[in-house]
Design a protein around this ligand. Structure first.
Ligand SMILES: [Zn+2]
Length: 65
């Protein structure tokens, strides 16, 4: 057994790969795959993911305020 998980994004197997909380809040009817599920990402991809969604949320908040 290995404690290395595989990154969902780049496919890298590493001890850095951890479950990362989702930053999305899509409407979901409870059917099929949860679009807001947590993902298993390595540190590099998690940082990209976080930065990407931070930008989207910043845009969103700046457009509604
Ligand atoms: Zn990765």
């Amino acid at each position: 057994m290995s404690d290395k998980a595989k990154c969902e994004h780049c496919g890298k197997e590493s001890e850095d790969v951890k479950e990362r909380p989702s930053m999305t809040s899509y409407d979901w009817d409870g059917k099929g795959e949860d679009p807001n599920r947590a993902g298993e990402l390595c540190d590099g991809c998690a940082e990209d993911y976080r930065a990407y969604w931070q930008e989207r949320w910043d845009e969103y908040y700046s457009s509604v305020l």
